[in-house]
Design a protein around this ligand. Structure first.
Ligand code: IDP
Ligand code: MG
Length: 201
């Protein structure tokens, strides 16, 4: 509409010089706009392989307590990933035991349950090309002492027992965890207007 109003303002001068061309340009303007809009909508990212990969990211209770939620979300947004699900909840031991089912026999498991149920967590589903691999890199090594500076754990934590964030570690793991934490209707499929800039269509 902005383009149309700019066009209408310059049109009168053009109209007096060349009335037929001006009339024809104006009549075609909405159609051209519509075609442009349709063409953009047609280039949906869902047709690109791997672009709709999804992963589960969680800000653990220490991250919430330390008011790190915004900074962690910002890292994923500025990287170019798309947020498709988000909620805050107090985790039940039952949900947690399913989430960490492979760790139940570990000596640290009881303290892990205590830590993860000590306060609310913020869980999210992020979408994008190779988001599982990229987000593992962004979150960093499990042990913050070994995590690179620039990663979430490398920047915001010091000990493995309080490492601020979770990221799914594989495609199967991500699918299992997303289903565990979210109902289908809680995840939104939306077209990001930046997708044609982030990806080659
Ligand atoms: P990950 O979170 O990097 O995928 P996992 O091995 O899956 O690492 O462990 C899950 C979580 O269990 C870790 O993020 C951390 O909170 C906790 N954890 C892992 N190893 C230890 C440990 O040696 N001591 C205490 N907590 C641990
Ligand atoms: Mg893990």
């Amino acid at each position: 509409m902005l383009q149309r109003s700019i066009f209408s303002r310059i049109l009168p001068q053009f109209h007096s010089a060349n009335p037929e061309t001006a009339k024809s340009l104006l009549s075609r303007f909405p159609t051209a706009l519509l075609h442009g809009h349709r063409a953009a909508a047609h280039r949906s990212t869902s047709s690109l392989p791997g672009v709709t990969e999804r992963t589960l990211i969680a800000v653990k209770p220490d991250g919430v307590q330390r008011r790190l939620v915004g900074q962690i979300i910002q890292r994923f947004e500025q990287r170019g990933f798309k947020l498709v699900g988000l909620k805050m909840l107090q985790v039940s031991e039952d949900l947690l035991s399913q989430h960490y089912c492979q760790l139940r026999t570990k000596p640290f498991y009881p303290s892990l349950v205590h830590y993860m149920t000590s306060g609310p967590v913020v869980v999210m589903v992020w979408e994008g090309h190779k988001v599982i691999q990229s987000s593992r890199t962004m979150v960093g090594h499990t042990n913050p002492a070994e995590a690179q500076a620039g990663t979430v754990r490398g920047d915001f934590s010091v000990h493995v027992s309080r490492n601020v964030a979770h990221a799914s570690d594989s495609l199967e793991g991500a699918q299992r965890e997303i289903q565990l934490w979210f109902q289908g209707k809680e995840l939104l499929n939306w077209e990001g207007c930046d997708q044609t800039i982030l990806y080659e269509m």
